[in-house]
Design a protein. Structure first.
Length: 682
C-alpha cells in the first residue's frame, strides 16, 4: 500500500517545481527555435531518469540559462507537422494509459553460474569449452564423484528442422571444430548418463577471414549495419515501458525517425518492405508465390546484396513458431545468411527445459536464458567478432516477449539496455550503423481502446545511429537524417537506405562508377533517409496504404457510437444488393458486432483537444456480420443530429475472403457484399 503514496508525493514536488519554473519563464529568451508544446500531464517518469543531463526527452537545451526544466516538462504536439501530414505526439504517460498500465518486474531465468562456457580465444581464433570444475564439485556435492561433459552439434537441415549430432565427449579446454555453428552442452555423472548437472546451448560465430583487398580507412570503408528489432513496439510504448532504453537512444549520434509509419498490418508485410522492397502481394505477382516451397529463396532480400558487397550476414529470430518467413509460410530451403539462428532455436525449444512467466503467453526462458537471448547473443557475438575487422550486416529480432503483451517490454527493460551497454563496451558504436527498430505497435488489447489506439498500432519505433567517422565523412547524410526525423518515412525508404549504404561503400566498376542497385519496387517515390524528404510528402508518396496512414489521424470512439454507425452501413449494403436485384439469392446482412469505430480529426483541428464533434464528420467503422462471419470496413460521412449516413457501398472493404461465400454470382464487385443463400453456413 505504501507505494500508493509515491505518485502523490511526486505530484506535489512536481507542482512546486512547475510553479518555480513559471516564475522564471518570462525571463526566457524567445528568439530560439520554439517547437510547439502542450501542457504536461502530471504523470511523468522522465524526471526520475534525468541524471544524464544530455538525455532529456529528446529536446536538448543549451543548458546555459537554467531553462532545462521547461523543456523537460513540455511535450511536443506532433511527431510530424508538415503541410500534408500531421502525426500527433502521444504522451506515453497520459492519464488514460497510466490508469491501466502497471510495469512488470524482471525475473532471471537462472541464478546459477555456467558450468561450461565457450570462450573465444582471439589468438587462435577458435572457441574452447571451459568447464568450471569448482561448480561441478559443488553440484555433485563431492569432488570425488567423476563426471563427463559432452556437446551435441546442431546443424540446419533441408526440411527446415535441425539435425543434432550424437553426443561428443571432451575434456577441459577442448578446442571446438570450426564447422560447429551451434551446440547444446551438458555434463553428467560418469555412472549415470541421465543425471545431468547442467545443460546449456550457444550459437558460435566461427571466424571467417575477410577477402583480400578490403579497405578499412574511412574514405573507402563499408559501414557495418546492426539491426536490433523488437516486435510490436510502438515509439509510444517504448517511451512508456522502457524509458532507460529510450534515454539511451537519445544520445548523441542517434536519430529517431518520428514520422516512420507502418506499411502493412503485421510483421510480414513490414519486413518484406524493409528487407525486399516489395509488398507481399506485389512479390507474389512479380517474383514468385511465397506460399510455395523455394520461393522465399528466390526473393532478392537485402542480405544477398550485402553478401555480394563482401559483407558477412546474419539473421536471427526467436520463438521459431512465429518466425516471419515460417509462420504459415514455407521458410527457406537454403540457409539465407552466413549466420542463422533458427536451427539452434528449434533445437533448444525442444531439447532444453522451458518456462513461462505468470503473465507470459510464449516461453520466457529456454534452458538457462531468456528466449530472445539466443538471437540477441548471436548479435553481440557477431559484432564483437567482426566490428573492427570487416563489414557485417545482421537483423536480430525478438517477438517472444513483446508480441502478446504491451506491458512485457517493461520486464525486459534492463535486459535490453544491457545489450546496448555491451555493444558500447565492445566498440560497436565507434564503428557501425545501428538500427533499433520495430515493425508496428500493439495491435490488440487494452491500448487499442484508448483514443490513441489508432496511432499506437501504426507508429513503430525506428532509431538510427551513425558512428562518428560516418558523420564526419558524410555530414550531408547526417543533416538529412536529422531533418527527416520529423518527416514522413516508411520501410520502403529504409530498404533504399540499406541499398544506399551498400552503394556508399561500393566498389567502382571498370568505368570508375559505382553501380546503382535496384530500389524499393513498390514505392517509386521512396528514397534513402540520407537525402531530405519532401516537406509535402504524403502517405501515397511513401508507399503507405491509406488505412495505415497516420497523417490524417483518427481517434477511437466508444459509448454508443459503434451502434449508431455500423448498422446503418449494413442497411446501405442491403439496399445496394436489392438495387442490384440480388435480394433473392444473397442474404440480407445483419450486425454480429463492431470491431472498432473511429472519427477523423481533420488537419485544421487539434488532435489533443477534447473531442468536439461537429455535426457532420468522417468516421471509420469495422464490423462483422452474422452471415458467415464476414468482416467489413467502411469510411462514411455521418450527421450526428439527423443520423443520416453517407457511404459509397462499392468503396467498402471486405476484410476476409469471399471465395466460398459468393459462388452464386460472377460480378467481382457484387461478390464482396453478397453472401449467397446457397453458401450460408449455420
Ligand atoms: C554530455 O555530452 C558531452 C559532449 O557530448 C560529454 O562530454 C559529456 O560527458 C556528456 N555528459 C553526460 C552526463 O553524459
Ligand atoms: C533467483 O534468485 C531470486 C532472488 O533470490 C529468486 O527470487 C528467483 O526465484 C531465483 N530464480 C531462479 C530461476 O532460481
Ligand atoms: C565457478 O563456479 C563457482 C561456484 O559457482 C563460482 O564461484 C566461480 O566464480 C566460477 N568461476 C568462474 C570463472 O566463473
Ligand atoms: C540416474 O539419474 C536420474 C536423474 O537424476 C535418476 O532419476 C536415476 O535414479 C539415476 N539412476 C541411477 C541408477 O542412479
Ligand atoms: C550477386 O552476385 C552474383 C554473382 O555475380 C549474381 O549472380 C547475383 O545476381 C548477385 N545478387 C544480387 C542480389 O545482386
Ligand atoms: C431489376 O429488376 C427490375 C424489375 O424486375 C428491372 O427493372 C431492373 O432493371 C433490374 N435491375 C438490375 C440492376 O438488373
Ligand atoms: C434486412 O435486415 C434488416 C436488419 O438489418 C431488417 O431491418 C430488414 O427488414 C431486413 N430486410 C429483409 C428484406 O429481410
Ligand atoms: C453532435 O454535434 C453537435 C454539433 O457540433 C455537438 O455539439 C454534439 O456534442 C454532438 N453530439 C454528440 C453525441 O457527439
Ligand atoms: C462517394 O463517391 C463520390 C463520387 O466518387 C464522392 O464525391 C463522395 O465524396 C463519396 N462519398 C463518400 C462518403 O466517400
Amino acid at each position: 500500500m505504501g507505494s500508493g503514496f509515491r505518485p502523490i508525493y511526486k505530484w506535489i514536488v512536481f507542482c512546486c517545481f512547475f510553479a518555480i519554473c513559471l516564475l522564471f519563464l518570462p525571463q526566457q529568451k524567445s528568439d530560439g527555435p520554439s517547437p510547439k508544446f502542450r501542457a504536461l500531464q502530471p504523470v511523468t517518469t522522465i524526471l526520475d531518469d534525468s541524471e544524464d543531463a544530455n538525455d532529456s526527452n529528446g529536446f536538448q537545451s543549451d543548458g546555459t540559462d537554467g531553462t532545462d526544466v521547461s523543456y523537460v516538462t513540455a511535450l511536443p504536439l506532433y511527431f510530424v507537422e508538415s503541410s500534408k501530414c500531421k502525426i500527433p505526439y502521444v504522451d506515453p504517460f497520459g492519464a488514460d494509459a497510466m490508469a491501466i498500465y502497471k510495469p512488470m518486474v524482471y525475473e532471471p531465468c537462472s541464478n546459477d553460474t555456467a558450468l561450461v562456457t565457450p570462450i573465444y580465444d582471439v589468438i587462435r581464433r577458435r572457441y574452447v569449452l571451459h568447464i568450471n570444475e569448482t561448480l561441478a564439485s559443488l553440484l555433485l556435492k563431492s569432488s570425488e564423484i567423476e563426471y563427463n561433459c559432452y556437446y551435441q552439434e546442431i546443424k540446419g537441415s533441408s526440411s527446415d528442422g535441425y539435425d543434432s549430432v550424437d553426443r561428443k565427449y571432451y575434456s577441459q579446454d577442448y578446442v571446438v571444430p570450426v564447422h560447429v555453428q551451434g551446440l547444446i552442452l551438458g555434463c553428467h555423472r560418469i555412472d549415470n548418463t541421465s543425471h545431468i548437472l547442467q545443460s546449456d546451448a550457444y550459437t558460435l560465430v566461427q571466424y571467417k577471414a575477410p577477402p583480400p583487398g578490403l579497405f578499412l580507412e574511412p574514405s573507402k570503408r563499408k559501414p557495418s549495419v546492426i539491426m536490433f528489432g523488437i516486435d510490436s513496439l510502438s515509439r509510444i510504448n517504448l517511451r512508456r515501458t522502457m524509458p532507460k532504453v529510450y534515454n539511451f537512444l537519445t544520445r548523441s549520434g542517434w536519430y529517431e525517425l518520428q514520422g516512420y509509419n507502418k506499411i502493412g498490418d503485421n510483421t510480414f508485410p513490414n519486413l518484406m518492405a524493409l528487407l525486399a522492397g516489395y509488398s507481399p502481394e506485389s512479390a507474389r505477382e512479380n517474383v514468385c508465390d511465397w506460399e510455395t516451397q523455394g520461393c522465399l529463396d528466390q526473393i532478392p532480400f537485402i542480405w544477398k546484396y550485402f553478401r555480394n558487397a563482401s559483407y558477412l550476414t546474419a539473421f536471427a529470430e526467436d520463438e521459431s513458431g512465429m518466425n516471419t518467413f515460417n509462420y504459415f509460410k514455407p521458410g527457406f530451403k537454403e540457409q539465407p545468411t552466413d549466420y542463422y539462428v533458427r536451427p539452434l532455436q528449434k533445437a533448444v525449444e525442444s531439447d532444453l527445459d522451458t518456462w513461462k512467466c505468470a503473465e507470459c503467453s510464449m516461453r520466457y526462458c529456454i534452458g538457462r536464458r531468456e528466449t530472445s537471448s539466443y538471437a540477441y547473443d548471436l548479435c553481440k557475438e557477431f559484432a564483437r567478432r567482426y566490428v573492427d575487422e570487416r563489414p557485417i550486416w545482421g537483423l536480430f529480432w525478438s517477438n517472444s516477449f513483446s508480441h502478446d503483451s504491451y506491458r512485457m517490454p517493461s520486464k525486459m527493460e534492463d535486459y535490453v539496455l544491457q545489450y546496448m551497454l555491451d555493444f558500447e563496451a565492445d566498440g560497436v558504436f565507434e564503428q557501425s550503423i545501428v538500427i533499433f527498430l520495430s515493425d508496428h505497435g500493439t495491435r490488440w488489447g487494452d491500448l487499442m481502446y484508448l483514443e490513441s489506439g489508432f496511432l499506437e498500432s501504426r507508429l513503430p519505433s525506428m532509431f538510427i545511429y551513425l558512428p562518428p567517422w560516418f558523420r564526419a565523412h558524410y555530414p550531408e547524410y547526417a543533416q538529412a537524417l536529422e531533418l527527416n526525423q520529423h518527416r514522413l518515412t516508411s520501410n520502403y525508404d529504409l530498404h533504399n537506405t540499406l541499398k544506399h549504404i551498400i552503394e556508399i561503400g561500393g566498389d567502382r566498376d571498370t568505368d570508375g562508377r559505382k553501380p546503382e542497385l535496384p530500389k524499393s519496387h513498390d514505392c517509386p517515390k521512396c528514397h534513402s533517409v540520407f537525402y531530405p524528404m519532401d516537406e509535402h510528402r504524403s502517405c501515397e508518396d511513401a508507399g503507405i496504404p491509406e488505412h495505415y496512414c497516420t497523417c490524417l489521424p483518427y481517434k477511437r470512439l466508444s459509448g454508443d457510437w459503434p451502434l449508431r454507425i455500423a448498422p446503418r452501413v449494413i442497411d446501405r449494403i442491403n439496399e445496394y444488393l436489392s438495387g442490384r436485384n440480388l435480394s433473392a439469392i444473397c442474404a440480407n446482412l445483419s450486425l454480429s458486432y463492431v470491431h472498432e469505430t473511429e472519427i477523423l480529426i481533420p488537419l485544421d483541428q487539434n488532435f489533443h483537444d477534447d473531442m468536439s464533434v461537429s455535426e457532420t464528420a468522417v468516421y471509420r467503422t469495422m464490423f462483422k456480420v452474422k452471415q458467415n462471419s464476414a468482416d467489413f470496413r467502411a469510411t462514411v460521412v455521418f450527421n450526428n443530429v439527423t443520423e443520416a449516413l453517407e457511404v459509397n457501398v462499392t468503396s467498402i472493404s471486405r476484410l476476409d475472403s469471399y471465395e466460398n461465400d459468393a459462388t452464386c454470382i460472377d460480378d467481382k464487385t457484387d461478390k464482396l457484399y453478397c453472401i449467397c443463400l446457397s453458401n450460408l453456413k449455420e
